[in-house]
Each structure stands twice: as structure tokens, then as C-alpha cells.
Design a protein around this ligand. Sequence first.
Ligand code: FAD
Length: 382
Amino acid sequence: MTVTGAIWRDQLTSDQRAMLGREAGTITNPRPDVLVIGGGILGVAIAASVHGAGLGSVQLIEAGRLGAGATGGATGLLIPEPHQWSDPETFVDLERASLERWRYLDQVTPGGLGLVELDWIGLAPDPGGLAAHQPENVEWLDAAKIAALVPGLAWHMGGALIRHQARVNPLRALVGLADGLPAVGTGVAATAVTIRGERLVSVITSEGEISAGAVVFATGQPPVVDGLEIEIPTDRVKGHLIVTEPANVHLPCTVAPVATPLEDGRLLAGGTFDYGDESPLVREEVVDTIMGGLRAALPGVREVAVSHQWCCFRPRHPDRRPVIDRVPGLRNAWLTSGHFRTGILNAPATGLAITRWISADKPPPEARAWSAARFASRGARD
Ligand SMILES: Cc1cc2nc3c(=O)[nH]c(=O)nc-3n(C[C@H](O)[C@H](O)[C@H](O)COP(=O)(O)OP(=O)(O)OC[C@H]3O[C@@H](n4cnc5c(N)ncnc54)[C@H](O)[C@@H]3O)c2cc1C
């Protein structure tokens, strides 16, 4: 039977699952040094970073359960290098730094974060199909080499191989990071703020008021709360994913655009961009299209059923890059939003950048490219 919902929760232990609903309806610390709003991967990574840096007491609040937004539905790939073909160098640098930070956090977190090292192959009919000029860390493999590496592949095609990328179960990683946090209130929604001059003096939540020294909004898209005017253009892009039952097909690594191998021989496929589809429901026709593509590429999975199917929404700004910034007009509030298709990857570097900014009271170099001001001339949301 196919489960409609991400596989990630099913891979957790019962203790880890319970962590997703931590301290429900409870604000442990109503006067923290730092309040983080949003319990997706960005909010949890920021809170963990601030806590780890010793910037004082930290309270995190999340309207639903931890990872309930885009985070719980992501593919979980941590693959900076393929983005050399699609993203500016400053962005790829952020991604590279973040992957290194993931590796560090995986090492130092008790019990680890479940990071899995893996290589990436991008199939393309010829090297020019990916880029006229191949970056140094890319190995071009001809069709014979690809066939040897991916024996079940029906397509006779070359491809680019990039080594030393990674992936996580996003919920497993999030739970690992949240585990060290002293105060995490799920089921607590921020609804309004009080501002005096250039300071955000209190946050009104569904469970009472919080007065914090510094406030960080990590709400996926920019926060929508009474009393805060944030004019950053934003939308969201739905995507579908599927996981198969264990398959008798060996993929050595992520093979784009075909699939990523998971535990037990399962394959993860999809990651569609369903522009304009605002329905939270899984569409069977999209699932059929993903499975059709997978079966065409890997005939060995023809008889393999779908075990999990789900969809979620990527938060996006018009240039498809995140905002990492102080809230315009406020001295003690920050926000990060619009991480689109790389929020899992970029969470640790973003957490570090915001921690440094709060600590030094000036923007760290790695945050400068991601200011909200770049949208100023565009005016209101589009
Ligand atoms: C199909 C798909 C595949 C993806 N694959 C990858 C991938 O392989 N690698 C990668 O790096 N990224 C991937 N992404 C992107 C990634 O999922 C997102 O960029 C990332 O999860 C965004 O995290 P976030 O914490 O900003 O937002 P979210 O996870 O949406 O978290 C925001 C949280 O804030 C809470 N919140 C909002 N408002 C309030 C409020 N007022 N008070 C309290 N809480 C509030 C919400 O309930 C939510 O839980 C993928 C996304 C999709 C949809």
C-alpha cells in the first residue's frame, strides 16, 4: 500500500518522532536572549548555532511540529558542485561552506546527524549538454563508462561525475540539531510584534508574550505577523517526490535526473516543479509521470511499487536566492527566507552567518549578497 507522506518520518525512531512535537504549547523561556521563530531546518540550524556559540539563552517556537513545512518534504540532497552550472559563484561558495559545516556538525553532534556521503552523476548526451567548459572537479564519463557504473540504465548516454557530495534525511538531521536545544516550543505561533523605535520589544504568540534580546524569523517565506511590514517579493513552488519499495536495481550514487538510492534498496525520484499548483494534495498524474520516467530509465523497476508519495512547497524569491538579513528598520531582528531548492544544504552556513551577525552587530561577509535590499526597486510582492 502506498503511504501519502514523506518517508523521512518513517525512518525515525519513536523517540526521534516524539521530538518533532517537543514541549507542545509551551514557552519555557519567555525572556530569552534570542528567540527563533520557525522550526524548519533553517530555524533549528540557527537556534543550534546561536546556542552553540554561547550567545545566551535561546527559545525556539514553531507553529506546528518541527519540520512540518518544506523541510519535512525535501529530498535532502547536499550537492553544491552541480550548481556550478546553474548558480553564481557566491551562491555555490555558500553551499560549499555549508556542506563542510554539515560534515562538521555530523561529527560533533552526539549520535551524529545521519549524513550520508555520496557521489553525483548528471546524465547528458554530450559534455556540452551540461556546460561548454567543464569545471575541474567534474569527470566526464562516456556512455560506456556510465553503462558500467549504472548497469540497469536503459539510456545510452554519457554524463558528468562529481564526487564527495552528500545527503541527509532532513527530519533526522533536524531532530539531531534540535536535541541540544534547551527550549523548543511546538504548537506556538507568532501572531504579532510590538516595535518601539528600531527595536522589536515583544512577540505575541498563541501561547503568550515573549520579550527577547534578539529575534530571528525563519518562517520559510518572509513572516506574516501583525505589526511587521516586510515587503520582500515571494512565492512558493510545489514539488512531488516518490520513494519505491526496495528495488533490485543498483544505483551507485545519485543519478540525475533519474533517482537517488536510499536505505534498503529503495529509490527516491521526482522533485518536480509544479508551477502554479497551490493545492496541498498529491496529484496522481504527477506521481504516474515520475514513475513513468523512472521505469523508462531503469526497466528493472517496472514491477516495483511506490511505497511513499508526497508533495511540498519550496519558498522562493524572484531571483531564486535566499534572503539572510537584518529585518529592515530594526536593530535587533533578523530574517532568513526563500531558500527555495537548497534550504537543507544551506541551513548550517546560514545559521553561522546569522550567529556572527548577532554577535558582532555587523553583517559577516558571507551574508552581504543575500540582503533584502536587492528587491527594493521591485516594490511590493510580485
Ligand atoms: C520537493 C522538494 C525537494 C527539495 N529538495 C531539496 C534538497 O534536495 N536539498 C535542499 O537543500 N533543499 C531541498 N528543498 C528545499 C528545502 O526543503 C527548503 O529550502 C527548506 O526546507 C526551507 O526550510 P525553512 O526552514 O526555511 O522553511 P520550512 O521548512 O517551511 O520551515 C518554516 C517553519 O516556520 C513555521 N512558521 C511559519 N510561520 C510561523 C509563525 N508565525 N510562528 C511560528 N512558526 C512559524 C512553519 O510552520 C514551518 O515549520 C526541497 C524542497 C522541495 C519542495
